[in-house]
Design a protein around this ligand. Structure first.
Ligand SMILES: *Cc1c(COP(=O)(O)O)cnc(C)c1O
Length: 371
């Protein structure tokens, strides 16, 4: 008998909380508090506390969060912002939407996060900020990045869109640097019932500016101090997120447990490289990405055995058509390019059963052996 293991199973995550969702969505309807408002304020307070941050500002999505954090840091036309090519497109898009230019630094092959030893060489007189991405839920090595940034007077904005609750040296990510950006896209470790995001920060001046930016630049109704945007979080998303937030830590712990089981089952399989975790990190495994040669063939075989899988991400940002103008050819960032060719993301969510994980492990073994 074949066991089905979907790549993601949001129904399984939501069904135990279904009555609570119905109740809080009803409360939002009764209060007609749809755009911003008290449900958003309540979630902001809870999420700031969760992250150990002074403030959280709810916005429309993770891309808004990155864009507003950069704008509030004063990033604009002519500036350069450093990040890695191993990320989701949004990290670079947010830089471009400020009128600035993304500049890439290759990844550390162990963590697939920005390699701090290559950061300084990428800094120019135009560099304004650095965005380390906590890819797959494992924090980037922030201390050396912050040290270099401080010396060059650069803002550091964490892209924590995959790392809700992850820790760097015992501290939750997000407010370790100047600001941290989160996405609550449904598939993230903390996911809404639609689009939502947040910026967390300990810097009151950044928080105030982001609050203004997300609401058309108005501090008072119809009095616009600056040109902003419509980037508010909506009330239903905030209410849903407030229900889900208390379950995030337990979900992350289950993800770590599942990752251990995958590691144990796949560690000695020839042709498979399991993801590496580093000592300073508490990983939250938004994605469990192994590496294999002949990736597409392995994925076809996994799919045939009922195992959902994905690739995060098949094309590094500097090789995307949209960024052709940057003039970066293949070979510019070898670590990011090799991992893009070899990554396969396996099913990873708290609700996975051991039986399902063992099925995935067997399917991987068979798929790799058959090639
Ligand atoms: C999901 C994600 C984003 C964008 O978040 P949205 O809510 O989809 O806009 C940005 N960066 C990374 C690394 C992400 O994974």
């Amino acid at each position: 008998m074949q066991i089905k293991v979907p790549f993601l199973d949001l129904k399984a995550a939501h069904s135990p909380l279904r009555a609570e969702f119905d109740r809080v969505i009803g409360e939002v309807i009764d209060a007609s508090a749809f755009a911003g408002g008290p449900f958003v304020a309540k979630f902001e307070e809870a999420f700031a506390k969760f992250c150990g941050a002074e403030e959280a500002i709810g916005v429309g999505n993770g891309t808004d969060a990155l864009w507003f954090a950069l704008l509030a840091s004063g990033v604009g036309p002519g500036d350069e912002v450093i990040t890695t090519p191993s990320t989701f497109m949004a990290t670079a898009e947010a830089i471009s939407y400020c009128g600035a230019r993304p500049v890439f630094v290759d990844t550390d092959p162990r963590t697939h996060n920005l390699d701090p030893s290559q950061l300084e060489a990428a800094i120019t007189s135009r560099t304004k900020a650095v965005i380390p991405v906590h890819l797959f839920g494992q924090p980037a090595d922030l201390d050396p990045i912050l040290e270099i940034a401080q010396r060059h007077k650069l803002f550091v904005i964490e892209d924590a869109c995959q790392a809700h609750g992850a820790e760097y040296k015992g501290r939750r990510v997000g407010a370790i640097a100047d600001a941290g950006c989160f996405s609550f896209y449904p598939g993230k470790n903390l996911g809404a019932f639609g689009e939502a995001g947040a910026v967390v920060t300990n810097r009151p001046e950044l928080a105030a500016k982001i609050r203004t930016l997300r609401d058309h630049g108005q501090r008072k109704k119809y009095e616009h101090d600056m040109i902003g945007w419509n980037g508010r979080m909506d009330g239903i998303q905030a209410a849903v997120l407030s229900v889900k937030l208390p379950h995030l830590e337990a979900g992350n712990a289950l993800r770590r447990k599942h990752a251990c089981r995958y590691d144990a089952g796949l560690r000695d399989v020839p042709g498979v490289i399991i993801p590496e975790t580093v000592d300073y990190a508490l990983h939250v495994y938004h994605i469990y990405a192994m590496r294999v040669k002949n990736r597409d063939e392995v994925m076809r075989r996994l799919t045939d055995q009922g195992v959902g899988c994905g690739v995060h991400y098949p094309i590094p940002i500097h090789l995307q058509e949209a960024y052709r103008d940057l003039g970066k050819s293949a070979g510019s960032f070898p670590h990011a390019e090799i991992s893009a060719q070899e990554f396969v993301s396996l099913p990873m969510y708290p609700e996975l059963s051991d039986l399902q994980i063992d099925w995935v492990i067997e399917a991987v073994k068979q798929s790799v052996a058959a090639i």
